[in-house]
Write a protein that binds this ligand. Structure first.
Ligand SMILES: Cc1cc2nc3c(=O)[nH]c(=O)nc-3n(C[C@H](O)[C@H](O)[C@H](O)COP(=O)(O)O)c2cc1C
Length: 211
């Protein structure tokens, strides 16, 4: 049985425009792949460990190619749990609004927790090497404004380039984006239209998605 890890990075639940489109994608995918398991991880409600001095010391040990020392094993358990959950998925859906031109802080915390040497990447003779291979991702991203290539504020978009870089770094290079925009700046009619367009795109991606 395949598992899709759905990482939810908005706290707005039923009010979320991002999740309206994600729900459409998930239903279309489940209709086609009835045995697909969906693991939903909401970074706003999930307990995420803080990166304390001790945990950062563990990261440095792994970076230096050493084993975690005994006193670090316990504090590292919640990090390892999140890493395990992430790598046990076969594919990923990330639902994230743009916050201040980039990603919501709880999503950044989640990434800081899971992106650890030896688990998700390593340094080889040719530099960094991602260890999450052969897995694909769909990012559903909503924005209050419009950052499309034709927009004068296209260069303000640090969300898509950041997510492509950070997931590419750990080996996930097959990443598609559905950007829902603008959902605030041009009023409710334009927003509804853009959400409807995004839902159509989501269904079409789901229909062609091979787990
Ligand atoms: C803290 C915060 C920061 C935001 N920053 C931006 C921004 O930089 N650019 C933008 O276009 N919209 C921004 N927005 C608007 C959201 O991206 C937009 O409303 C999005 O659709 C919300 O998604 P949701 O309905 O799924 O929660 C921000 C919203 C919040 C709450």
């Amino acid at each position: 049985m395949h598992t899709l890890l759905h990482i939810v990075a908005t706290p707005r639940e039923d009010q979320s425009r991002t999740l309206q489109v994600s729900r459409e994608f998930v239903s279309a995918l489940q209709a086609k792949h009835t045995k697909l398991r969906i693991d939903t991880l909401n970074v706003f409600t999930e307990s995420l460990p803080d990166l304390t001095v001790q945990r950062i010391a563990g990261k440095s040990m792994l970076m230096a190619g050493k084993e975690l020392s005994k006193p670090l094993e316990e504090p590292w358990k919640p990090i390892e749990c999140h890493i395990q959950r992430f790598i046990s998925a076969d594919m990923y859906l990330l639902s994230s609004p743009m916050w201040n031109f980039s990603i919501p802080y709880r999503l950044k915390q989640y990434l800081d927790v899971i992106i650890q040497p030896r688990y998700l990447f390593r340094y080889g003779l040719n530099g960094p090497e991602g260890l999450v291979r052969g897995k694909k991702m769909l990012v559903i991203a909503s924005r209050g404004g419009d950052y499309s290539p034709e927009s004068p504020i296209h260069s303000y978009d640090f969300q898509e380039p950041y997510l492509r870089t950070v997931f590419g770094f750990i080996g996930i290079t097959d990443v598609q984006f559905i950007c829902i925009q603008p959902v605030d700046a041009r009023g409710p009619e334009v927003a509804s239209q853009r959400i409807a367009d995004a839902k159509k795109k989501a269904v079409s991606i789901a229909e062609n998605w091979q787990p």
